[in-house]
Design a protein around this ligand. Structure first.
Ligand code: FES
Ligand code: FES
Length: 221
């Protein structure tokens, strides 16, 4: 009787291959026999999801009423870009991670990809197309130009909408995670304060220093 593992005869490669093939065939036949009829029965019993009809709704965007016809699951971002034809608001991640889709709703910034259009009937929605006064750039837009606060510009509409709300929040005395003294009403426009409040808006070109400078200039003006 062999007493060392090395004393056992090793199977040949052909034996191992043949055993593996046999095992796989048996496993597949077993799974097929038990699972496939079950899956087929489940598929037959589940009715296809019913189409949800579009319904009329009106969105007030940049001071103008837009009568639209939208299915209830349409996001505000898709409604703006694909139904209202306002493509200035950008789609980056479509899941609330990049801030490219930031718009203002009743003066507060939100990610348009994370909210349904149907929830904003009666609200005042402001997109990048509504920031300038006619041909006159808004101060924040002029400051972005002056400070070279973009490169490709894809994040810029969201950055500008977010910057407007950021300035309003600081002026209103709303504390952030880096406010040194949350009991004080007056919050300084420091770089850490601006950076913290703009941290939801990513810029793949890395124009962060210039974006902060543009916001600081606008806030001081
Ligand atoms: Fe909405 Fe990125 S597209 S957060
Ligand atoms: Fe290119 Fe911000 S300017 S992503």
């Amino acid at each position: 009787m062999p007493d060392q593992p090395s004393d056992y005869p090793l199977p040949s490669e052909a034996d191992v291959d043949s055993a593996r093939r046999g095992f796989m065939q048996t496993a597949l036949i077993t799974v097929g026999a038990t699972q496939l009829p079950l899956q087929a029965a489940q598929a037959a019993a589940t009715p296809p999801p019913a189409a949800v009809p579009a319904r009329p709704l009106t969105l007030n965007i940049n001071g103008k009423d837009h009568p639209l016809s939208l299915e209830p699951h349409v996001t505000l971002l898709d409604a703006l870009r694909e139904s209202a034809g306002l493509t200035g608001t950008k789609k980056g991640c479509d899941r609330g991670q990049c801030g490219a889709c930031t718009v203002l709703v009743d003066g507060r910034r939100i990610n348009a990809c994370l909210t349904l259009a149907i929830m904003h009937q009666g609200a005042k929605i402001t997109t990048i197309e509504g920031i300038a006064q006619g041909d006159q750039l808004a101060p924040i837009q002029a400051a972005f130009m002056e400070h070279d606060a973009f490169q490709c510009g894809y994040c810029t509409p969201g950055q500008i909408c977010s910057a407007l709300a950021c300035i309003d929040e600081i002026r209103a005395g709303t504390a952030s995670a880096v406010t040194p003294n949350v009991r004080e009403q007056a919050i300084a426009f420091t770089d850490p304060e601006i950076r913290e409040r703009m941290s939801g808006n990513l810029c793949r070109c890395g124009a962060y220093n210039n974006i902060v400078a543009a916001i600081r200039t606008t806030a001081k003006a």
